[in-house]
Write a protein that binds this ligand. Sequence first.
Ligand code: SAH
Length: 271
Amino acid sequence: MSAWATPRGVLQAGERVLLIDPKERRYLVRLQHGGRFQTHSGIIEHDEVIGGPAGGEIVAHRGEGEGRRFLVFRPTLSDLVVKMPRGAQVIYPKDLGAILLTADLFPGARVLEAGVGSGALSMAALRAGCEVTGYEIRDDFAERARANVAALLGETAPYRVESRDIYEHIAEEGFDRVLLDLPEPWRVVPHAEAALVPGGILLAYLPTINQTAELRAALDRSCFAAAETIEVLQRSWHVEGRSVRPDHRMVAHTGFLTSARLVRRSAGSPQ
Ligand code: SAH
C-alpha cells in the first residue's frame, strides 16, 4: 500500500481537491501551479491552496474586495466516484460500500471484475487491498478505467484491464472473487465455476429483478450455493435547526446485489 499515492500531508500540485462553497456546492479541481478556478463567487488561485492543509479554508478573490470562503478537502472515494469522468454508468457509493462486505473483499484477494466501465468498482476493490484483473469489451472504457484508477492510486496499483468478452471465457484460474456488472451475468456462471477457488464468492450487480431472477436460476443449476439477493436503500436527512426530517428526494433505485459461493462437491454427492 505504501507505494501508492497516499492521501496525507499538505496539498500538492497535481492532486485533486474538493472545494465546497457556502451554499454547499461542490467542485472537484486538479491543482496546478499558476492555475485559477473561476466561480461566480470569485476566483481561487491554486497557488494559495497548494502547500496548505487538506482540511482548510480559502478565500476567493473578487474584484476589489474579498469573495466567499470555500472549504478545501481531499476528495473521498465517494466524491471521486460521483464526479469522475465516466462513459458507462458507475456503481454508486451506497452499493460500493455494500459490495465490499457482501463480496468480502480482503487485502490481497485476487479479484476478477467485468465489465470495468469507468472503474468505480475497481477503485473500491483496489482501495480495499485487492489485486484486480478487469475484463472489458470496449477499449475506450478500458482506457478510461485505467486513467481513473491511476489518478486515484498512481500507476503502481495492482490493476490490469484486458480487452476481453467475459461471456466467451475466463483465461485464468485461482480467483478469490468474481465481480460482475454487465447485462447477462448468467452467461459467466460456468466460467466463474472454473475460475474461482472453492468457497470463492461471485457477486453480480443488476438493475432489474428480471435479470436477477435469470441469474438466480443459473446459480441454482450450478456449483454455487448460499445465494442471496439484496438491495440497498439509502435515505439522507435534512438537519437544520428544528427542521430535522428525511430529505424530500432520494435515489429510489439503483440495482440488486446477488452473491453466491462456489462449492466443490465431494465425489458421489448429489448436485
Ligand atoms: N462497474 C462499473 C460500470 C460497468 S458498466 C463501474 O463501477 O464503473 C458495464 C460495462 O460492462 C460496460 O463498460 C460494458 O462495455 C461492459 N461489458 C458488457 N458486456 C461485457 C462482456 N461480455 N465482457 C466484458 N465487458 C462487458
